[in-house]
Design a protein around this ligand. Structure first.
Ligand SMILES: Cc1ncc(COP(=O)(O)O)c(C=O)c1O
Length: 396
């Protein structure tokens, strides 16, 4: 029985593992830069591709391969290419699929560094990008030109948690001969499998929930044999943004507990979001699990749960946002997410600070916006920590 025939929980624990002669129970780490050949002829056969196998760890590594096979199976893709970071996954996808004169369309509600990568680096080489609002389907369609190669998006978006209908956008993309690329970092395959809704390529920042404990930087691209296994892999093995074996091992361990962690993150986030909605100082809460969220029903259909990220706007703008953040005692003031430790950040002055004022307004990043990535602590402790700052605002 192939590993793909098992359910997600089984794939997450056992996918990709090939035991060595040592009969180890847990996956080994292979910290080696190169591999030894039996003879010169053997080396020549490896280099010519006649004998497929390891040559050099920029190309392949057994621990990294195990991670790639496990994640590919969890996403339902034929191939996965692991990268040194989430940004490296996005860069590799762009440089592999695009050439001079090409164009792509991106949601404007994406991670700040991705906007900077698109605007300042990818477009340096005669490639054009257009940005559209995530849930304006007419705008997506209107932005596509005969030169458009792919549409790029995150759902839920960061930090506003907007949800796009992946199947609807995949239909638009395919009708216009484009690919659909989805950054699935917020949901992970435990909550959402974009390939099942028609997406062609999945991007991951493994740094987030796949690691789950804020230790390592890594990324991945998942898709079919041709686009990912040949085109993206061809760029990666030459340009070199490859994942380290140690990081791959940490991510493998992360995958084993991913689904139960995502369930716990989602439960905590929902409770925090519902509680924040009752607070006087709070103008609006963004979380797909709330009935007040404009795409709540779509999130219910497309995702298994609502995820761990929420954001809220304080009536008092930036001062209020900074005050609530500075009054926390337990939460970590850091821009990372997907950690067992709850994190809190002010997107306008951190993750999105390199955007122009105009781009920030277009992306809906209010000065009073605070993002929380709910961790796995006791939810009452998290709420009490936020309450210190919120209560102080009420008294000003
Ligand atoms: C949605 C999303 N995609 C990609 C990235 C980039 O990932 P990395 O930091 O691993 O390069 C991030 C990082 O925060 C992110 O939130």
């Amino acid at each position: 029985m192939s590993i793909n025939e098992y359910s997600l929980d089984t794939i997450a624990v056992r996918g990709g593992q090939i035991r060595t002669h040592e009969c180890e129970q847990s996956e080994p780490i292979f910290p080696t830069s190169s591999y030894v050949f039996e003879t010169a002829a053997h080396a020549a056969a490896r280099f010519s591709g006649e004998d497929p196998g390891n040559i050099y760890s920029r190309f392949t590594n057994p621990t990294v391969r195990t991670f790639e096979e496990r994640l590919a199976a969890m996403e339902g893709g034929a191939r996965c290419v692991a990268t040194s970071s989430g940004m490296a996954a996005i860069m590799t996808t762009c440089y592999s699929l695009l050439e001079q004169g090409d164009h792509f369309v991106s949601s404007n509600a994406i991670f700040g560094s991705t906007v900077v990568l698109f605007n300042n680096y990818i477009t340096k080489f005669g490639i054009d990008v257009s940005f559209v609002p995530l849930i304006d389907y007419d705008a997506w369609e209107a932005a596509i030109t005969p030169k458009t190669k792919f549409l790029f998006l995150e759902t839920p978006s960061n930090p506003l948690t907007e949800i796009v209908d992946i199947a609807r956008l995949a239909e638009i993309a395919h009708r216009k001969n484009c690919l659909l690329v989805v950054d699935n970092c917020f949901c992970t395959p435990a909550l959402q499998k974009p390939l099942e809704f028609g997406a062609d390529i999945i991007i991951h920042s493994a740094t987030k929930y796949i690691d789950g404990q804020g230790r390592c930087i890594g990324g991945a691209i998942v898709g079919d044999e041709e686009k990912v296994g040949e085109t993206c892999y061809g760029f990666l093995r030459t340009a070199g943004p490859s994942m380290s074996p140690f990081n791959a091992w940490v991510f493998l361990k992360g995958l084993e507990t991913l689904r139960i962690r995502m369930k716990a993150h989602s439960e905590n986030a929902l409770e925090i979001a519902q509680w924040l909605e009752t607070q006087d100082a709070v103008e609006r809460v963004n979380f797909p699990g709330l009935e007040s969220h404009p795409q709540h029903l779509l999130a219910k259909q497309q995702q298994k749960d609502f995820g761990g990220v929420l954001s809220f706007v304080l009536k008092g703008g930036k001062n209020a946002a900074w005050s609530v953040i500075d009054n926390t005692r337990l939460l970590s003031i850091t821009a990372n997410l997907g950690d067992a430790k709850t994190t809190i950040t002010h997107p306008a002055t951190t993750t999105h600070c390199r955007l122009t004022d105009e781009a920030r307004v277009k992306a809906g990043i209010d000065d009073g916006l605070v993002r929380i990535a709910a961790g796995l602590e006791d939810v009452d402790d998290i709420k009490n920590d936020l309450k210190i700052g919120l209560d102080k605002l009420g008294k000003n």
